[in-house]
Design a protein around this ligand. Structure first.
Ligand SMILES: [Zn+2]
Length: 98
């Protein structure tokens, strides 16, 4: 059947191989989506990112995080001259941005 076009036989084989590869990639992505959905991976990742953001936010501005040992990496607030830890994005005292 594939030989009915004569010399175009090898071209057809390449076409079939490409089609098979595309189908396999499609099956792979379908399975991947199914796995992500089944184990709620996308939801877990978004929840973890939210937790990370909340933790970073808290580290930066919460007054309860005031207990820390001063180090050379600390930065001084330009507004109130408070000594803030390296990881803080906002001043621990007045909330000024780093
Ligand atoms: Zn400050």
């Amino acid at each position: 059947m594939y030989r009915s076009y004569g010399s175009s036989g090898s071209g057809e084989i390449v076409g079939i191989i490409i089609t098979v590869i595309i189908v396999l990639v499609g099956i792979f992505f379908a399975c991947r989506e199914l796995m992500c959905w089944y184990y709620k991976i996308n939801k877990i990742i978004s929840l973890m990112e939210e937790q990370n953001n909340l933790l970073k936010h808290q580290m930066g501005i919460s007054p309860t995080s005031a207990v820390h040992i001063p180090s050379a990496d600390d930065w001084v607030c330009p507004k109130c001259k408070n000594n803030n830890r390296k990881t803080a994005l906002f001043c621990n005292n007045c909330g000024e941005k780093k």
